[in-house]
Design a protein around this ligand. Structure first.
Ligand SMILES: [Zn+2]
Length: 199
């Protein structure tokens, strides 16, 4: 089931996700709904906070993006990232490595806003899977960036927090307006209309 994506201004986006102790039917259903919601919105990742659940759970799929390559090692072995998608990461722990690089990002909770964000070129992440095993992933390129963006969400950190001060200043009135609209519920009505148009 496709879920509504919360927009900037909703306080859940600032909540740190709780660790998931038990992978039960509710978590499996939520994960499936998040994957469906991510695909329907043409996103490359979605965090539980974005659908109203402050949990350590995120889904990622970069396989449709051809102009921004990714590399991936799964449990120490090189794999084609496309064959490993969608990734489901539960209770992820992240280590950043190497230099940083600037690249463009967008976020499903900030329609029409993009920005250059500085992030580590490479990350190592350990996480629990839906099948309750522990995996380790090393990633760079778009996948490494998507993992960092989503793990930030799980900790209540948004990509605007990582923009430089000039970019943030340029966006400040749009962000204020967006916050206000979300609080009034106008964003919710717009989302419903957009979903209906897409059908
Ligand atoms: Zn995001």
């Amino acid at each position: 089931m496709k879920l509504p994506i919360l927009q900037y201004g909703d306080p859940i986006l600032r909540a740190k996700g709780k660790r998931i102790e038990k992978i039960d039917e509710r978590i499996r259903q939520l994960t499936q709904d998040m994957i469906e919601t991510m695909y329907a919105a043409n996103g490359v990742g979605l965090a539980a906070q974005q659908v109203g659940e402050a949990l350590q759970l995120t889904v990622i799929d970069v396989s449709q993006v051809e102009d921004r390559p990714s590399t991936m090692k799964l449990n120490g072995k090189d794999v084609d990232p496309r064959t490993a998608m969608p990734l489901i990461l539960i209770n992820p722990g992240i280590k950043l490595a190497g230099e940083t690089e600037l690249a463009m990002e967008a976020c499903l909770s900030f329609p029409e806003i993009t920005g250059e964000i500085e992030r580590a070129k490479s990350v190592t992440i350990s996480a629990r899977t839906l099948e309750d095993s522990q995996i380790e992933i090393e990633a760079s390129g778009l996948l490494g960036r998507a993992i960092q963006h989503e793990v930030d969400h799980l900790n209540g950190i948004l990509f605007i927090d990582r923009m430089n001060s000039a970019a943030k200043a340029a966006l400040s009135s749009r962000l204020k307006r967006m916050q206000k609209e979300t609080r009034r519920g106008a964003a919710k009505d717009r989302r419903v209309a957009a979903v209906e148009t897409a059908l």
